[in-house]
Each structure stands twice: as structure tokens, then as C-alpha cells.
Ligand binder design. Structure first.
Ligand code: SF4
Length: 445
């Protein structure tokens, strides 16, 4: 994209670029803040020339705010159960214990084994998220964190969405703040800011009635930040929302970050529709009303949403992640040229998007991520969960040569049959060892 780009100044002179867009870009590039929902909505509804100008401006802003590095984290996802009491319309991962025999629960021993295996392969983080088990005991969420920490003290535990924290705290009859203090004491390092989707009551009621409310989501996030527990921030878009909802979501995150400074990154997540219940014919929402959902955002929309996110949030949340699981590595590269500066994690296991129909697999090795970043003439950086630089891979022909011959590859690069080694969602839901049954609870002790 960079090669075909026109300069920003000539783009801003075009009559097809409105004064609202021009003024917003001028302002943000000279250190201003975009805080009007109408302006953000206008940017998100850009025409073709405006779209190009927004992308160029977002790229310039990215360069000024975080430079040319593109970061990634070596991590592993562990979704310890797919059994869930909720019925989110976009979720193809969860199973209803009463209606499906594809429910699984990983014993603590297996979760710890997976974490130790990841550590031995160079991971610095495990990301733990799961369904909300019926008859769960809130203390078991704490046991899980403590067991991983005991086995692997140096691993960063990035665990539990605000929805899971709220669920666990209610099960233990504790205020969120007390529950989070226990979590921190057990070894929790940070929270994924998932379960946000679109932070708007109307949209949530349509796509996931019964999901954590906007107020509760903000309460968990603000409480975590107040306790020194950082979180990420996310948005899932391309379904039932309008651009005005996206605009308000971005500004709510901006406002929260200005108050707490606890977000480490923002990750726009495009809706994967293929197997999502609410995208299937005949799906009915609350009170049996038909729900109209789009089948995910277009490519242009995905690029535009990332670019506008840089403009609105970059000054406050400098790290903008593009998810290779959602976008694929090719489109992720285009998005890295329009405001993003992070490629997320290696993952090793990916079940949630894969179950919904994502086709981009469950692992990108450090070498694959580095190669993609170098194609853009940017500098790969391995980071920690909280964006501390762990290794910077500046251009070094000797090191490239060693890597090409395998001599300097990371242990994760050398794993040959990923699915066999790490397992896949398709095999997990039929694995008799982990089948959900009424006795699951003893396994989480
Ligand atoms: S998104 Fe989470 S809470 Fe909702 S159904 Fe899926 S696993 Fe359960």
C-alpha cells in the first residue's frame, strides 16, 4: 500500500475530502485530541479519498508515537473449558452441558502441563480464558492461577475476562475489588479486556443478552487498574452495530484510559460469522425477534477501523494490535501500514475464532512473525505482555543467515507438527480424557 500512496497534503486538498475529516487529521497530527462522537462517526464513514488520507495520517501518527518497531509476544492460549452458562449469539466455541456431548474441562494438572510446555518453548505469557462453568466454585479460578505460578514463577499470567472475574466474585460472594486482590496475590499479572464486544446496552441486548453489562465491564476494568493490574482493551465489530456505536466505544475507552492509564493496548476484533449462531438463518434474539447481523466487516472497513483507532486512541493507548487470527497475516500487514504496531501472540492454541470459522490457524511462529514484519521494512521486537522490549531484531545479515539455517531459531520455530504437539479444538471436544461430566469439579482442585 505504501508504494501507491499519495502524500497527505495533496489528499487533503481534494474537494472530496470534507472539512470535518481535514480538520480532524490536521488537529490530531499537530498533537490535538479527537473527542467528538460525531467527528469519529464521520471518520468511520469516510469516502475513498478520505479513507486514503486517514490511513496515511494514521501511519504517520503511529510512526511519531511508537516508531518503526512491530512487536509480538511469545505466548500460549489455554481455554480450560468450553462449557458455558451463557448463550452469546456470536460464540461458536461454547457448549451447553445439557444439550451437547462436546463439552470439555481440562484438569489443573493439564493446564499446568500446557503452561510448562509453552515456557520450555520460549513463551513468556499464558493467556487463560474459558466458558463459565455451571456449578463452578469461584475459588477454583484462584487455584488455577496459583498452580501455574507455583510451577512456572516467571510466566506472566494474563487471565480471565471481566465477565469471568465478575462471575468468580459473585460465586465467592466477594466485591470485585476483594476478588481481584486475591487474584493478584495468587499470581495474576493482567486481564484480557475481552467481553467488551460493543460497549452499548442496545447492541449487547441484541447479540448477547445476559452478557456482562457495560457498567459492570467498566467496574471490573477500573477496579483492576486501580489495583495496579493492567488490562488490554478490545472491540468486536462487523455484526449488529452501527458506526456511531463504534465511535462511542472508542471514546469510552479513550475516556477510561485518561482516568486510569491501565490499558496496555487496544485490539479491534472483526466478527467471524461462519459458524456463529447469530449469523445462521432463522436465528432469533431476545423475545424471539429475528436479529439482522452482518457477516463480518469488509476489508476496507477493517483497515479503516484500525486507522481511526490510531487517530482516536494512539495518544492515550499507543499500542494498537492487529489480530492475525482474525485478519490473516497478509491483511494484517496492510493494517500495520495503517496505524497498527503490534501483531499479538504466537498463541500455539486457538479455539475461539477457529470454532467460529476463522481460517488462519492456531500458531504463528516467531520466525513467521519476524519475516512478515521485515517484509514491511519494520523492526521485529519480542515484547512482554506489558510491552517491555525483550529482544529487538535489527537487520543483521549474519543473524538472518543463522536463522535461515535453523541454528538461531527459537524452540517454538523448531516444532514440526503443531496440531499433533499442541492439540486442536476439533480433537479436544472429542477427547474422552477431558469430557465434561458432573465430576468435573474435582479435576479443578
Ligand atoms: S462468549 Fe464467553 S460467555 Fe459468551 S457463550 Fe462464549 S464462552 Fe460463554
Amino acid at each position: 500500500m505504501a508504494g501507491a500512496r499519495r502524500g497527505l497534503e495533496s489528499l487533503l486538498r481534494l474537494p472530496s475530502v470534507s472539512s470535518t475529516v481535514k480538520n480532524a487529521l490536521d488537529s490530531v497530527l499537530s498533537g490535538g485530541i479527537i473527542s467528538s462522537p460525531e467527528v469519529v462517526d464521520r471518520l468511520l464513514n469516510a469516502g475513498p479519498d478520505e479513507y486514503e488520507a486517514i490511513c496515511v495520517a494514521a501511519d504517520e501518527l503511529r510512526k511519531a508515537q511508537v516508531g518503526d518497531a512491530v512487536s509480538f509476544v511469545v505466548n500460549r492460549n489455554i481455554n480450560f473449558t468450553n462449557v458455558c452458562v451463557k448463550r452469546c449469539g456470536f460464540c461458536a466455541f461454547s457448549r451447553d452441558a445439557k444439550k451437547s456431548d462436546e463439552g470439555y474441562v481440562l484438569p489443573i494438572k493439564e493446564v499446568v502441563r500446557r503452561a510448562s510446555e509453552a515456557k520450555a518453548l520460549g513463551a513468556t505469557e499464558v493467556c487463560i480464558q474459558a466458558g463459565l462453568l455451571p456449578h463452578m466454585d469461584g475459588v477454583k479460578y484462584l487455584h488455577l492461577v496459583a498452580a501455574i505460578k507455583e510451577a512456572e514463577p516467571s510466566l506472566h499470567i494474563h487471565a480471565y475476562s471481566p465477565e469471568e472475574i465478575l462471575y468468580g466474585s459473585k460465586l465467592m460472594d466477594l466485591p470485585v475489588s476483594e476478588y481481584l486482590k486475591h487474584m493478584k496475590g495468587a499470581g495474576l499479572g493482567s486481564l484480557p479486556g475481552t467481553s467488551a464486544e460493543i460497549l452499548d446496552k442496545e447492541v449487547r441486548n441484541l447479540i448477547s443478552p445476559g452478557r456482562i453489562s457495560v457498567d459492570n465491564w467498566l467496574e471490573v476494568i477500573r477496579t483492576a487498574h486501580g489495583l495496579g493490574i493492567p488490562t488490554t482493551s478490545t472491540m468486536m465489530y462487523g455484526h449488529a452495530e452501527k458506526m456511531s456505536h463504534v465511535a462511542r466505544h472508542l471514546l469510552l475507552l479513550q475516556q477510561t484510559q485518561r482516568e486510569t492509564q491501565g490499558f496496555t493496548e487496544f485490539v479491534p476484533l472483526s466478527f467471524v460469522s461462519e459458524h456463529a449462531p447469530m449469523a445462521q438463518p432463522g436465528f432469533r434474539g431476545p423475545r424471539a425477534k429475528p436479529v439482522t447481523v452482518r457477516k463480518g466487516p469488509s476489508r476496507v472497513e477493517r483497515i479503516l477501523v484500525h486507522a481511526v483507532s490510531r487517530l482516536v486512541l494512539g495518544r492515550f493507548i499507543p499500542n494498537l494490535q492487529v489480530s492475525w487470527v482474525k485478519e490473516g497475516l497478509e491483511d494484517a500487514k496492510s493494517i500495520l501500514e495503517c496505524g497498527a504496531n503490534d501483531l499479538g501472540g504466537t498463541l500455539m492454541n486457538e479455539s475461539i475464532s477457529t470454532a467460529a470459522g476463522s481460517r488462519f490457524g492456531q500458531l504463528q511462529t516467531p520466525s513467521q512473525l519476524k519475516a512478515a514484519i521485515r517484509e514491511l521494512r519494520r523492526v521485529p521486537v519480542e515484547r512482554s505482555t506489558t510491552y517491555r522490549v525483550l529482544r529487538r531484531f535489527d537487520v543483521d545479515p549474519a543473524a538472518d543467515e543463522r536463522e535461515a539455517t535453523g541454528a538461531a531459531q527459537s524452540p517454538l520455530d523448531q516444532v514440526q507438527d503443531h496440531d499433533e504437539r499442541f492439540g486442536s479444538y476439533a480433537t479436544l471436544i472429542h477427547d474422552e480424557r477431558f469430557k465434561y461430566d458432573n465430576d468435573f469439579s474435582t479435576r479443578l482442585t
